[in-house]
Design a protein around this ligand. Structure first.
Ligand SMILES: [Zn+2]
Length: 72
């Protein structure tokens, strides 16, 4: 599965017209894989334009292993 960071640094997209819109309006469901796509990040938009792609593994899904503080 392709991970979002594999596509390089974020490519911020600009909203034509510059009007503020609701947070949900930045997303659409990809007609191919069904994943929600954030239109503000053109990496995601371009990726989901690729024919036959699989859903992206998003950065939010990266598991962070917490370090335990040494006990004194
Ligand atoms: Zn897709």
């Amino acid at each position: 599965m392709t991970k979002l960071p594999d596509l390089g640094p974020p490519i911020p997209g600009k909203l034509h017209g510059g009007d503020l819109i609701r947070e949900d309006d930045h997303f659409y469901n990809c007609p191919s894989c069904g994943q929600r796509v954030d239109q503000r990040d053109l990496r995601q938009v371009f990726y989901h334009e690729t024919p036959g792609h699989e859903p992206l593994e998003l950065e939010e899904n990266v598991k962070v292993i917490p370090f335990r503080r040494p006990s004194k």
